[in-house]
Design a protein around this ligand. Sequence first.
Ligand SMILES: NC(=O)C1=CN([C@@H]2O[C@H](COP(=O)(O)OP(=O)(O)OC[C@H]3O[C@@H](n4cnc5c(N)ncnc54)[C@H](OP(=O)(O)O)[C@@H]3O)[C@@H](O)[C@H]2O)C=CC1
Ligand SMILES: N[C@@H](CCC(=O)OP(=O)(O)O)C(=O)O
Length: 435
Amino acid sequence: MTTLQAVFPLVQIAQQTRLAASKLALLSTEEKNQAIDAIALALESAQEEILTANVADCQAAVAEGIAKPLYKRLQLDEHKLRDAIAGVRDVGKLDDPVGKVQIHREIDTGLILKRITCPLGVLGIIFEARPEAAIQIVSLAIKSGNGVILKGGKEALRSCEAIVKAIKQGLSQTAVNPDAVQLLTTREEIFELLQLDKYVDLIIPRGSNSFVRFVQENTRIPVLGHADGICHLYVDKAADIEKAINITVDSKTQYPAACNAIETLLVHNSIASEFLPKVAEALAAQNVELRGDERTLEILPNIGLATETDWETEYSDLILAIKIVDFLEAAIYHIDNYGSRHTEAIVTEDLVAAETFQALVNAAGVYHNCSTRFADGFRYGFGAEVGISTQQMPPRGPVGLEGLVTYKYQMCGDGHIVKTYTGANAKSFTHRDLE
Ligand SMILES: NC(=O)C1=CN([C@@H]2O[C@H](COP(=O)(O)OP(=O)(O)OC[C@H]3O[C@@H](n4cnc5c(N)ncnc54)[C@H](OP(=O)(O)O)[C@@H]3O)[C@@H](O)[C@H]2O)C=CC1
Ligand SMILES: N[C@@H](CCC(=O)OP(=O)(O)O)C(=O)O
């Protein structure tokens, strides 16, 4: 297969993206929305080509022995594609995140300060073999006025190529230069991309902790890490058993390969003997393999023993580790030790316990009585997401349009100088917020 780089060196591709992005940054909301509409139409027209490419990817992945949950993530059927295209149109309907006045302040008569949002420039986004992610990411990038260089997982290569081809075709009819969207196809290109700090403003690696760390250590470009999802559900002593069962099953089985699926279930000892047999039955009906600590095995003797490795593992599969704890604080301690700061949940009818959990657990999402699978830009009303940021500094959690802009301070005066405001006869600032 001919890679993009075989035709143009990566530095040239990045320069083209930067040029296209600088023009995109100046477009009106209407022009960007027209481009987003054109993307949706082009993806619809290319449906057959995209789905055929995906079938080829899936066949190749099966031949390579891909795990079933990862296969489901790779597979792009008509419904998934239709939903992704609907997501593109949703992004079109969202408020333009660019040009928002966050601060409008009179510093002194005739001296006005504004803080105004603006695009970041060019994004480099490395993601897994989940083809519809390319669609979500591009729609968010265009709406936020950014160029984007994509690199998807190798198993999804044909699908991503067909998607990006359609997107570029759609953009060619609009004010957005198709060069604003580029697709890389090899790992080698990632290493080169990391060196292009002159042309790329933000790298978003969606991948394992070690991969995110590798990226951070090998680039001068700012990195927004979207790393592991080792998510927990804690079933408190005051849990409603029915809710706890439904939430456990949904959090584990609704999309086991997603990073917001749970890997470990923590159960308070005083509810364990009633809750565990019931939840085990519900999970068995969904073919979930259970592994428990020694106390869990006393209640569920037929499951495997969980070891230290289990607490540290993101299975991305129908496997769930279970541990019994004696206190809410013990659950929080376990999460603090093994969690990845992604999404953590408690099931309880005790509001004080819920508040304590949500205050003390350090993660991008802290949930009460609902599934961890809600950690998603679309479900949060962001239209779509670039991924889920697991870092401490904002943006945290599902990254939508707001996470893809920065801001500038604009100051306008009339010959004002700082000397006027210093010394014995210093004039005072008015510091008056304006409409
Ligand atoms: N927080 C979030 O939003 C997300 C988190 N994740 C997390 O990522 C983890 C792994 O997911 P998985 O599906 O296995 O994704 P992979 O690790 O297989 O791949 C992710 C992307 O990173 C690239 N990559 C991985 N390792 C390297 C490397 N050493 N050098 C260069 N490129 C690399 C892959 O390229 P190639 O395919 O060519 O090897 C691919 O494009 C899981 O823990 C998952 O939870 C995943 C997606 C979203
Ligand atoms: N927000 C997404 C999951 C986040 C994500 O990208 O996960 P992954 O399947 O690891 O690519 C969802 O709820 O499906």
